[in-house]
Design a protein around this ligand. Structure first.
Ligand SMILES: [Zn+2]
Length: 75
């Protein structure tokens, strides 16, 4: 789970960008922290760069494929 220590620097948003799932290797739409829907691994990604590929980490069959969801949007 992403951590922070000063609530003055982070705020709640209901942007639809947080609802989107992104495939491994897809272009990162916004810089920020992304979480894998299958295993909860978190990574930082920069806008315009590819998200980590399918071989970034291993899943069990129950965890399915890697699907990245943005959980913190860096402005
Ligand atoms: Zn994962």
């Amino acid at each position: 789970m992403a951590l922070y220590n000063n609530s003055a620097y982070i705020t709640m948003s209901d942007s639809a960008e947080f609802d989107k799932l992104h495939s491994p290797g897809a272009t990162t739409p916004h810089s920020g922290i992304y979480r894998c829907e299958g295993c909860a691994k978190e990574i930082a990604a920069n806008q315009g760069n590819p998200l980590p590929p399918q071989n970034n980490h291993q899943h069990t069959s129950a965890q399915g494929t890697i699907r990245w969801r943005m959980i913190v949007y860096a402005q």
